[in-house]
Every structure is written in C-alpha cells, then in structure tokens.
Design a protein around this ligand. Structure first.
Ligand SMILES: [Zn+2]
Length: 95
C-alpha cells in the first residue's frame, strides 16, 4: 500500500469501518487491510475512548483524569499482563 492508502485505511478503521467496508471504499484487498490494522494495533472505533483491554467504549468523561479502562478488573488485568510481558522480555534478553 502507498502511504496515502495506509493513512486512509487507518482513518476509516478508527472511525468504525469494517475491513470489508474499507476494502470497498479503497479498492484494497481485505486481507491487506486486516494485516495492516493488526500489525499497527489499529482498532475499530479507536477514535472513541475505549477500554484498553476489552475495547468496550468508555462512558463519557465529565472531568478529571482520562479513563483508560472500563473497570478496575480490566485495569488490573492490563497491568498484570504488562508486567508479565516485561518480565518475559527481560528474561529473554538474559538468555
Ligand atoms: Zn474493559
């Protein structure tokens, strides 16, 4: 894909388009779009505030800090996964 196409795919996906819809709009193969989105972590509706872990849309924010998770359970699970991934990366380096 050309740079402009990638940008278009990314924008459409973030605005909630399905792979099939993007394929129709851009003429790019669905598989290409899918692998691009997966590789770059581009999630459907990514422009809306969604839970980082389960991608459920978050409730509207009124004030204060931005929420990144829909619940404490998701926040804990995310932090735990991050720590585990970090440990794994570190031990891989030692080996
Ligand atoms: Zn969640």
């Amino acid at each position: 894909m050309k740079k402009a196409q990638k940008e278009r795919v990314t924008e459409l996906r973030l605005n909630g388009a399905s792979y099939g819809e993007i394929a129709e709009m851009t003429g790019i193969k669905k598989e290409t779009i899918k692998s691009h989105c997966l590789r770059h972590g581009i999630v459907k509706n990514g422009n809306k505030q969604c839970c980082l872990r389960c991608h459920k849309p978050l409730p509207e924010q009124t004030a204060g800090r931005k929420r990144r998770f829909c619940s404490d359970a998701c926040r804990w699970a995310w932090n735990y996964a991050q720590r585990a991934a970090k440990r794994e990366a570190e031990s891989a380096e030692v080996d």
